[in-house]
Design a protein around this ligand. Structure first.
Ligand code: SF4
Length: 422
């Protein structure tokens, strides 16, 4: 039986931003100077003095094991500039992350180079998955009524969301609002991908859940890294996209709306942003925002959208996906790009994959990818354990060839997940 050991907070929500001023939310975009200088330039128009004497938690996107400038994680020089800027304002700054399932925060921060710039500055790095979570209530939640939160989020005075500009196969984009999902404790963030369909909303329950989350987890300040973003099959299996820009704003919805426009995406077409705007959490119409410089749209570059369905990229395999998360989707995508032809030599004309927790049944012989596939179904096919699994182990299981590591993110340590399921 699972042991409940979390602390409960009934009325938690992040306070409103102390950096907001004026009637229209301000967003400043900077480009052409390199990631550190662009970040400093983007921050120039903001009075960061409310951070004086405060504890500031910088929350980059370092949710996967990925190299600097791969477009997957926040550029380390952007984080370096944020550390310096908030320290200059008199804040006590730390950097924290809770990555995707199976990834260790400090390894991810190390790989992307964020750990190195933090160490140079003697800035603490926090693995936000280590301590006991807080259970927070969402009394107005539509898709979710509670969240398990990394405790640091409630202990710091100011939270700064520092995502990288990416498209996302499930949520269209992942920017400052969605980056706060990385403040949810360990595997609890995956549960947002596994919600049942809502009676009151035809779209994905994940989008409604992110909207619910954003009511209580709205960052106090946002810095969006467009140094090298990702287009297509983001958040990790897409194509790196160089923009060479950084934008900043006190309001995460305003910052996300501007970032969307810079990516050639209408913010109203991003369901979690649209839902949040309908609830009055923010304004997405950039004409109603105070965006600078005046020619900011000259820095825009169209991002290729994420495909609606993995089957479009791999029409000759059958992918059954019910409530998976992006980690298994990325693992499978990267695996198929590399090994599909070899696999089809072994499984001519009938390669079926099942990913996700929502299957009631699967065809006999299906390749069940990831620990989420129900135990009672795994014996009907070939089970590839892991959360997420190692891609090359799929090939190894089918062909008997030795496994070659082609990790997306990291090898999953399934022990935690298995423990939670019991
Ligand atoms: S097994 Fe796959 S789909 Fe399930 S939580 Fe792990 S990575 Fe996500």
């Amino acid at each position: 039986m699972a042991v409940k050991f979390f602390l409960v907070m009934e009325n938690f929500r992040l306070t409103s931003s102390p950096f907001a001023s004026g009637e229209a939310s301000k967003v400043h975009v900077a480009g052409g100077k390199g990631p550190y200088a662009n970040t400093m330039a983007a921050l120039e128009g903001f009075d960061l003095s409310p951070a004086k004497g405060k504890r500031v938690l910088l929350k980059p996107n370092a949710g996967r094991i990925a190299a600097r400038e791969s477009g997957i994680c926040t550029h380390p020089e952007v984080v370096a500039a944020a550390i310096d800027a908030f320290r200059e304002a008199g804040a006590d700054v730390a950097v924290g992350e809770s990555p995707i399932s199976g990834v260790k925060a400090l390894e991810a921060l190390e790989e992307t180079g964020i750990a190195a710039v933090a160490r140079e500055r003697h800035c603490p790095l926090i693995d936000m998955d280590v301590r006991k979570p807080l259970l927070i209530a969402l009394p107005d939640g539509v898709a979710i009524q509670s969240l398990k939160l990394c405790p640091e989020v409630a202990e710091f005075d100011i939270i700064v969301s520092i995502p990288v500009m990416k498209t996302h196969m499930h949520t269209v984009v992942t920017l400052a609002v969605k980056n706060m999902k990385g403040c949810l404790w360990r595997r609890s963030k995956v549960l947002l991908h596994m919600l049942p369909q809502l009676d009151s909303y035809d779209g994905k329950p994940l989008d409604m859940a992110i909207c619910d989350m954003s009511e209580v987890l709205r960052p106090h300040f946002s810095i969006i890294d467009g140094t090298v973003g990702m287009e297509g099959l983001g958040p990790s299996a897409g194509t790196a996209k160089k923009l060479g820009i950084v934008l900043a704003g006190a309001d995460a919805f305003a910052a996300d709306a501007v970032a969307c426009r810079l990516m050639g995406i209408c913010p109203e077409d991003v369901p979690h942003l649209k839902l949040a705007a309908e609830r009055g959490f923010g304004v997405l119409d950039t004409d109603q925002l105070d965006v600078s410089p005046a020619d900011w749209m000259s820095m825009a570059r169209d991002f290729a959208p994420p495909p609606n369905d993995l089957k479009i990229e791999f029409p000759d395999v059958n992918i059954l996906d019910v409530n998976s998360c992006s980690a298994c989707q990325s693992t499978l995508t990267l695996f198929l790009r590399r090994y599909k032809d070899v696999l089809l030599d072994y499984l001519p004309g009938d390669a079926t994959f099942a990913i996700g927790a929502g299957h009631d049944d699967i065809p006999p012989g299906a390749i069940c990818v990831g620990n989420c596939v129900k135990r009672e179904l795994r014996n009907k096919g070939i089970f590839i354990p892991g959360c997420p699994p190692v891609g090359s182990e799929i090939l190894s299981a089918v062909t008997g060839m030795p496994s070659v590591d082609v990790r997306d993110g990291h090898v999953g340590d399934s022990s935690e997940m298995e423990a939670e399921k019991t």
